[in-house]
Design a protein around this ligand. Structure first.
Ligand code: IPM
Ligand code: MG
Length: 376
């Protein structure tokens, strides 16, 4: 019997609720496909801060490294927000000391990504036929949209040194360093080219090379690497233009390759093409580890109300089975069940007004998807 060990990091807010639904799905998969799935839960984010004074306890990191894959819910919430912009950050001059302190929920997530060296963040954006009306854009603009944002995840301004807030000439200055080495650019570029080869063979590098030196290096390195992938059509766009083109003609995009912050922003924008951020899964891949997480956050405003949309987290499980375990049939069965449910007009609350015959809560949706997988 095949065995998969999965570390479950539910985190905070709706991260807990949506992860719980994914556990139901894992249970169905194990029964239906006769697979031994071992799950082990670990604390992360605010929950870990409360319990162990660190948003990324050693036990969590070690557990993730020992697992075959990691499923992550979401972190953060107002309870811990006082740290952001609060006095605790004032003396932080160096990002490494910020990360080793793990004193905010988000630092736990960033530290985890960095420690696992998951540099390639894959964020697919695809339209569910039955949700075409859920977008704020016109149906003829979003019909057949199928793109992937490949976001560099462990470099750039999120991690560049020096960074901090300090007093200079009697006033506070805040600074971050958007820095990339050519090897950091090259490894994700190869990933993006290979992914493009499996898709429509169109790769768009998004940067700000008309202004930023670091972007000029991205262009040089990616252009050099392109000669190894002559079947892929490489284009270039400035990030401000991409933010416009994404809502003007999203069908034009196949694979978007970009650095950390640009990818963070563009992937949130892209999520609205398909109607709700609650639908978008992601995979974060490195040479040794892989982490799967919905792209939405912990949504404290709706946490604990059983109204969160578990689909992004469950679709992240589908990505895990496809990418980490090469279980294409299982990934398909998860996606088909969700598709089927949506085709029946069953919706989570974020999608409630669009062709809904029935609006159900997070728990009920988890039960339903798990049941549909079994009955397929
Ligand atoms: C994301 C999130 C994170 C990020 C936050 C929570 C640190 O916005 O995964 O997109 O900025 O990467
Ligand atoms: Mg984000």
């Amino acid at each position: 019997m095949r065995t998969y060990n999965i570390a479950i990091l539910k985190g905070d807010g709706i991260g807990v609720e949506v992860s719980n639904q994914s556990l139901k799905v894992l249970d169905s998969i194990s029964k239906k496909f006769n697979i031994d799935i071992q799950t082990q839960e670990y604390l992360v984010g605010g929950a870990a801060l409360d319990e162990c004074n660190s948003a990324l306890p050693d036990s969590t990191l070690n557990g993730c490294k020992a697992a075959d894959a990691v499923l992550f819910g979401a972190v953060g919430g107002p309870k811990w927000d006082k740290q952001i912009g609060g006095i605790s950050n004032l003396n932080v001059k160096d990002k490494d000391s910020a990360l080793s302190a793990y004193d905010t929920p988000e630092s736990g997530l960033l530290g985890l990504r960095k420690s696992l060296q998951v540099y390639a963040n894959i964020r697919p954006v695809f339209v569910f036929e039955s949700l075409i009306e859920a977008s704020t854009l016109k149906p003829n603009v979003i019909k057949d949209v199928d793109l992937v944002v490949v976001r560099e995840l462990i470099g750039g301004a999120y991690f560049g040194k020096p960074s901090g807030i300090e007093v200079r000439n009697g006033e506070r200055v805040g600074f971050n360093n958007m820095i990339y080495s050519e090897s950091e650019i090259a490894r994700i570029a190869h990933y993006a080219f290979k992914l493009s080869q499996k898709r429509r063979k169109k790769l768009c590098l998004v940067d700000k090379a008309n202004v930023l030196d670091v972007s000029k290096l991205w262009r040089q390195v990616v252009t050099e690497i392109a000669s190894q992938y002559t079947d892929v059509e490489l284009s270039y766009q400035y990030v401000d233009n991409t933010s416009m083109q994404l809502i003007r003609n999203p069908r034009d995009f196949d694979v978007i390759l970009t650095e950390n912050i640009f990818g963070d922003i563009l992937s949130d924008e892209a999520s609205q093409l398909i109607g709700s951020i609650g639908l978008l899964p992601s995979a974060s891949i490195g040479d040794s580890y892989a982490l799967y997480e919905p792209i939405h956050g912990s949504a404290p405003d709706i946490a604990g109300k059983d109204i969160a949309n578990p689909m992004a987290c469950i679709l992240s499980v589908a990505m895990m089975f496809e990418i980490s375990f090469h279980e294409i049939e299982i990934a398909k069965s998860i996606r088909d069940s969700i598709d089927n449910m949506l085709n029946h007009g069953i919706r989570s609350r974020d999608l409630a007004i669009f062709g809904a015959t029935k609006v159900i809560g997070c728990e009920e949706m988890g039960d339903l998807i798990a049941k549909m997988i079994l009955e397929q």
